[in-house]
Design a protein around this ligand. Structure first.
Ligand SMILES: NC(=O)c1ccc[n+]([C@@H]2O[C@H](COP(=O)([O-])OP(=O)(O)OC[C@H]3O[C@@H](n4cnc5c(N)ncnc54)[C@H](OP(=O)(O)O)[C@@H]3O)[C@@H](O)[C@H]2O)c1
Length: 265
C-alpha cells in the first residue's frame, strides 16, 4: 500500500459530511439508546419488565464489539505494513494517543459498564463507523503523515497533547462518576454529581470533544480535524438531549448547570 492523498481527502470530507448529517437528523430527537430509548424513558422502572422493540446486546458486549475496530484496524495496518516503517517519534506518539484512547474504551470502559442493554442496530452502525475511522486515522498516520524529527517539541504538538490529556482525564473521570451512580444490576437514573458535572450535564461528552480537538491540533491533520468535528456533531446533541431529559425528570436539577460547555451552553 502507498499514500493516496486523494483517498485521505475524500474520506475526511465524507466524515465531515456525516457529522453535518448527524447534527441535522438529531437536532430535535435524540439517538435511541440509554435514557432516550422509548421503552426505557421513565426512570425507576425495571426495563426487563417491558418488551424490547428490537434485538439488544448486554452493554459490556455491545461496547466491546462496537469499539474494538478502532483499536484493531490501525494495529493491523501497522502490522501489515511492508517494509515496516520506523516512524519519527511524533508519529509514534500520535498513534499512541489514538490507540491509547481506544484501548481504554474497548478493554476498560466496556468491562466496567453498568448500562442498559444496547440496541443491536446501533452497535452495528457504531462498529461500521469505528472501522471507517480506524482505517482513516491509521492509514493517514502509517502511510501518509510526515513530521519533522522535532515535531514533539512543536507548540502545536505540545498544546494539542495538553488538551488531549485534559479531555481524556475529564472523560474517564466523568465515566467513573456516572458508573458510581448505580449498583451492579441497577438501571435507574440519578442526578450526576461531582467533577465537571457541577458545571455541565454532558461532562463525559465535553471531555471527549476536548480530546479529539486536542488530537487534531497535535497531529495538524485533516482526518483528525474531520473526526473532531464528527465527535462534536455526534455527542454535542446528545449532551443537549440529556440536559433536557434531566430538567424534565428531576425537579431539583441544578438550574445553573449548562448542557455541554461550562458557563456558556
Ligand atoms: N467519539 C464519538 O463520536 C462518541 C460517540 C458516542 C459516545 N462516545 C463516548 O462514549 C461514552 C459513552 O457514551 P454514551 O452516549 O453511552 O454516554 P451516556 O449516555 O452519558 O452514558 C454513559 C453511561 O452512564 C450511564 N448513565 C448515564 N446517565 C446516567 C444517570 N443520570 N444515572 C445513572 N447512570 C447514567 C449510562 O447508562 P444507560 O446506558 O443505561 O443510559 C451509560 O452506562 C462517552 O464517554 C462518550 O463521550 C463517543
Amino acid at each position: 500500500m502507498q499514500c493516496w492523498p486523494s483517498l485521505v481527502m475524500t474520506l475526511s470530507a465524507l466524515m465531515a459530511l456525516l457529522g453535518v448529517l448527524h447534527l441535522w437528523l438529531f437536532r430535535h430527537q435524540p439517538t435511541y439508546y440509554g435514557k432516550h430509548e422509548p421503552r426505557q424513558s421513565r426512570p425507576g422502572k425495571n426495563p426487563a419488565a417491558r418488551t424490547p422493540r428490537c434485538t439488544h446486546l448486554p452493554s459490556r458486549c455491545a461496547w466491546f464489539l462496537q469499539e474494538l475496530p478502532s483499536f484493531l484496524v490501525p494495529a493491523l495496518l501497522l502490522a501489515l505494513r511492508k517494509p515496516p516503517r520506523f516512524a519519527p517519534l511524533g508519529c509514534r506518539l500520535l498513534a499512541g494517543m489514538f490507540c491509547g484512547h481506544y484501548f481504554y474504551r474497548t478493554f476498560i470502559y466496556s468491562f466496567f459498564q453498568r448500562g442498559r442493554p444496547f440496541p443491536l442496530k446501533i452497535v452495528f452502525f457504531g462498529a461500521l463507523f469505528c472501522i471507517y475511522n480506524g482505517f482513516l486515522q491509521g492509514y493517514y498516520m502509517i502511510y501518509c503523515a510526515e513530521y519533522p524529527d522535532d515535531w514533539c517539541k512543536d507548540i502545536r504538538f505540545l498544546s494539542g497533547l495538553l488538551l488531549f490529556l485534559s479531555g481524556m482525564g475529564i472523560n474517564i473521570h466523568s465515566d467513573f462518576l456516572l458508573r458510581q451512580l448505580r449498583k451492579p444490576g441497577e438501571f435507574t437514573y440519578k442526578i450526576p454529581q461531582g467533577g465537571l458535572f457541577a458545571y455541565v450535564s454532558g461532562a463525559n461528552f465535553f471531555g471527549e470533544i476536548l480530546e479529539w480537538f486536542g488530537y487534531a491540533i497535535a497531529s495538524w491533520s485533516l482526518p483528525a480535524l474531520a473526526f473532531a468535528f464528527f465527535t462534536l456533531s455526534c455527542v454535542g446533541p446528545r449532551a443537549y438531549h440529556h440536559h433536557r431529559y434531566y430538567h424534565k425528570t428531576f425537579t431539583a436539577y441544578p438550574r445553573s448547570r449548562k448542557a455541554l460547555i461550562p458557563f456558556i451552553f
